[in-house]
Design a protein around this ligand. Structure first.
Ligand code: SF4
Length: 180
């Protein structure tokens, strides 16, 4: 049995639909092979609630749309040796950035007044403050690897992860592209 410490991986979704994480789960049987080599130390997919002080590989799904997203992206950057922008929302803003075409006040009106019949009101507590504009991850923190796709396929994610685990620099555009 190998005594080599496993490579640690953390994932988070910012303003995304979770589809990129679903694509990660689409690795199916390869997940078993993956967990032979890595330990997932923080993720919506596992119970751990604290991001460790040092993580080998961090994957961020989604754009930065709120103060919470920004704080999490900054924390991942500070603690992850390699930071991956996973999916078109993280890489370009994509779907969440569609709200950049509207005034924030109009977005709130649409969400909390026009579409609500019972006591319409804009929440003032428990909801992270939104940022304008919605922005891609690399506009706020340095990103090491960009993986386009909506979502990137399981094959593309497998390629990126196995290259990083092997200590190589992956070339995601060779296997995935915007909107793929
Ligand atoms: S890139 Fe596509 S699948 Fe991934 S979070 Fe954005 S909308 Fe969802």
């Amino acid at each position: 049995m190998s005594t080599q410490p496993k490579i640690t991986v953390a994932t988070a979704w910012l303003d995304g639909c979770s589809g990129c994480h679903m694509s990660l789960l689409d690795l199916d049987a390869r997940l078993l092979e993956l967990i032979e080599q890595v330990e997932i130390v923080y993720s919506p997919l596992v119970d751990a609630k604290e991001l460790p002080a040092r993580v080998d590989i961090g994957l961020l799904e989604g754009a930065i749309s709120s103060e919470d997203d920004l704080a999490r992206a900054q924390l991942f950057r500070a603690r992850c040796q390699r930071l991956v922008s996973l999916g078109d929302c993280a890489v370009t803003g994509n779907v969440p950035a569609m709200r950049n075409h509207f005034k924030l006040a109009d977005v709130f009106d649409r969400a909390y007044h026009e579409n609500v019949t019972l006591k319409p009101q804009i929440p003032t507590r428990e909801v992270p403050a939104l940022l304008t504009p919605v922005r891609p991850v690399h506009s706020e923190v340095r990103v090491d690897v960009f993986v386009p796709g909506c979502p990137p396929s399981a094959d593309a994610i497998w390629y990126v992860l196995t290259e990083l685990i092997a200590g190589r620099v992956p070339d995601p555009p060779a296997v995935t592209r915007f909107g793929a």
